[in-house]
Write a protein of this length. Structure first.
Length: 709
């Protein structure tokens, strides 16, 4: 590494190069906040995220063959005679989710006072896992096998499997995965080190370019805290390897066993059996792929009286689930317990208490749980694509989210036939769903339990509709307006959340995964969020015209409650529709579209009611001179209104604008008169009615000049 890097430091907020060429002796005297930067001559080729340049440079300069693989070995002795051997391993570049230059990893083997190995601890990211020496795969009984994860260099005891290495963010588990395989083994050369020899161990800076979080170059071995200063204490804090991993395999674990008890699994060729004195625990894991045609037998045999706890994990890759069952046992000497494992098994544990080969009792599990897992998690493809393909994929994700949502929004706008809602309010409700609505929903997804997330997201939509309902009451006339504003909020929400979903899907699963998400979220369920918003809007629309005070107060809450229940119903069935049960997605799909059709039907009925209101309320305005008979004729039906606009368009843009204005003012006047009639008030005494008549009269000269009917 030192042949191809420079030593840098941040001075007064500015990155400065201290040395263009670095030697081992330079590291011994370097400042504690300095860092090594792999350098190929230009910043755009030498950035820590440019894995392509790092990999190409490493290979083109034959660095793999130029330098031997070395393990830097360190031996520490405890006062009680135990010894810890640490093998520190350095890698040129970390090519995983967290890209960074340089990588230090470690394997630790502990010996008892007689010099016999007792356990091994393999480091993985910010921790590690422990196995007793008897359960470590070895060559010649002395060389432990270590499987280095692809790209990340975390070290594991088993090859050809997956290791989830994520973390909990709120109530959401974000998993990334280490993958191990099998290849020709490498036995590295050993260079013995101590606390201060060689001198470069005192280097307190970073072995890689400065960056944020886990993207920064790592610190060296001597800067690893108790992992370096007290390896025995550090090892004691690491979890059992058997308990931490392997949950995607058939796995049995018995606690409270003595050496006179044994756990076995058949018929399986590749089995890992891990016997741990801590907790007197035995774990058995089957690594062979499951054969659906076979039944498996898990057997526990004891030659002593015991009260063990048996835990069994059964993976079902087709369903995407892992079933976990726990049994509490009381076994006399010579007893055995057998459990038949298969997809259709009832998981009853048969207990032979007297050892005669005949089952004397059949036990159901005391505890059962089923969890969902991804048996074939996608690679994080963003780090394996050239920049232009990353930009292209994100652009597709953006267009796939924006274009349908805008198209649906235009359709909703068109549906409002008589009195177009102000564009500023439509845009505002759309943006309310897209920005605060979506951001709060995403936060709820991570921080709030799944059942309550729809409660929060639909409540945020309702707030957007409520603001229009209260603040701009004159623009909120009836059910149709509620549907329009509610649907607009939902469409903005869907646009933003779909973009986030599409982008993440592409970054982790590639274009194929992106297509699948667009098909499901953007098309099959593309109107679901607008549907929930429209249901909320219907509640406000009912409240707008309700004569009954209790209904006027409760209708918005009823609409919100209905939207929440519909959302929960949808999420419940979509959550079940995985693996072999993927066909269950038809239930929420059909329910959603039936609901959408129902909302459209309500909208059509509302449109007809608006049409009747216009005909009824504007008829009296002819006698007042507000409208001519010709104007009333064209205002009375949708077909005639469209004909009027067509004729006006032929006369020019100015006439078309006046006709549109006249139709909107006429609808507002009709709806205001209807509102006053329901309230038992005289429209002649209403200031809004007088104002609308004056605004209509302002168009009078032009209107009368062309009225030839």
């Amino acid at each position: 590494m030192l042949d191809h890097c420079r030593l840098r430091q941040v001075v007064s907020g500015v990155e400065a190069t201290l040395l263009d060429r670095v030697t081992l002796d330079d590291l011994a005297t370097a400042p504690g906040d300095a860092y090594l930067d792999l350098w190929y001559g230009q910043d755009d080729t030498s950035g820590y995220l440019n894995y392509t340049a790092h990999g190409a440079y490493y290979d083109s300069n034959a660095l793999r063959a130029a330098w031997p693989s070395i393990a830097y070995a360190r031996v520490l002795h405890a006062d009680d005679g135990r010894a810890a051997i640490q093998y520190w391993l350095f890698y040129y570049y970390n090519d995983w989710y967290n890209k960074h230059e340089g990588d230090w990893e470690m394997i630790q083997v502990e010996l008892d006072a007689t010099g016999q190995p007792t356990r091994a601890i393999y480091a993985q990211h910010h921790g590690g896992s422990v196995r007793p020496w008897s359960a470590v795969e070895k060559t010649d009984g002395t060389h432990p096998h270590a499987y280095v994860a692809l790209g990340s260099h975390a070290t594991y005891f088993v090859g050809d499997t997956l290791y989830p290495a994520g973390e909990d963010i709120g109530n959401v588990r974000v998993d990334v995965y280490d993958r191990t395989g099998r290849a020709d083994p490498i036995i590295p050369a050993i260079q013995l080190i101590s606390d201060t020899d060689p001198a470069w161990l005192v280097f307190a800076g970073r072995w890689g370019e400065r960056a944020f979080g886990d993207f920064a170059g790592p610190t060296g071995p001597a800067q690893k805290g108790t992992q370096w200063s007290d390896p025995f204490a550090w090892a004691d804090l690491q979890p059992s390897d058997a308990a931490r991993w392997y949950h995607r395999h058939v796995r049995g674990e018995a606690r409270g066993l003595s050496e006179a008890a044994s756990l076995s699994l058949s018929p399986v060729a590749s089995v890992e059996k891990i016997v741990e004195s801590a907790g007197r625990r035995q774990t058995i894991v089957a690594f062979d792929p499951l054969d659906p045609a076979l039944d498996y037998q898990l057997r526990l045999q004891t030659q002593q009286t015991l009260s063990p706890t048996l835990l069994v994990e059964w993976p079902d890759a087709l369903a995407g689930t892992i079933a976990r069952r726990e049994y509490s046992l009381e076994l006399p000497m010579g007893a055995s317990a057998e459990l038949r494992l298969c997809r259709s098994c009832d998981f009853r544990l048969n207990v032979d208490t007297d050892g005669d080969g005949v089952s004397d009792a059949s036990l159901r599990p005391g505890r059962s749980s089923v969890s969902r897992v991804d048996f074939d998690p996608p690679e994080s493809v963003v780090f394996y694509l050239p920049p232009e393909q990353i930009i292209g994929g994100l652009l597709i994700a953006l267009l796939a989210a924006v274009v349908p949502s805008v198209g649906y929004a235009l359709g909703v706008w068109w549906l409002d036939r008589y009195e177009k809602e102000p564009k500023r309010l439509l845009i505002a409700t759309f943006l309310w769903g897209a920005l605060p609505g979506a951001l709060i929903a995403l936060a709820a997804r991570f921080l709030v339990a799944g059942t309550f997330a729809p409660v929060i997201t639909e409540s945020v939509k309702a707030v957007g509709v409520w603001i229009v309902f209260i603040r701009y009451r004159r623009e909120f006339d009836d059910l149709l307006d509620g549907i329009v504003y509610g649907a607009m909020t939902g469409l903005g929400f869907a646009m933003m959340t779909n973009f986030v979903s599409y982008a993440i899907g592409f970054l982790f699963g590639g274009l194929e995964f992106l297509r699948a998400r667009v098909l499901l979220n953007g098309i099959a369920f593309g109107l679901s969020e607008a549907y929930y918003g429209a249901v909320i809007g219907i509640g406000f629309g009912v409240s707008r015209w309700a004569a009954d005070p209790p209904l006027r107060k409760t209708a918005p809450f009823l609409g919100l409650s209905a939207a929440i229940l519909l959302h929960l119903f949808n999420d419940f069935w979509r959550g079940l529709a995985v693996g072999a049960q993927s066909g269950l997605v038809a239930i929420p799909f059909l329910a959603t579209w039936v609901g959408i059709v129902a909302v459209v039907a309500i909208a059509i009925l509302s449109i007809r009611k608006e049409q009747a209101t216009i005909r009824t309320q504007l008829k009296d305005e002819i006698e007042r001179g507000t409208f001519t008979p010709n104007e009333y004729f064209y205002l009375s039906t949708p077909r005639r209104r469209s004909q009027q606009l067509f004729n006006a368009a032929r006369r020019g843009p100015a006439d078309l604008a006046r006709s549109i204005r006249l139709q909107n003012l006429a609808a507002q006047l009709a709806f205001r008169r209807q509102e006053l009639a329901l309230a038992g008030q005289d429209p002649e005494a209403d200031a809004d009615v007088r104002d609308l008549r004056q605004r209509i009269a302002a168009l009078q000269p032009v209107r009368r000049a062309r009225d030839h009917r």
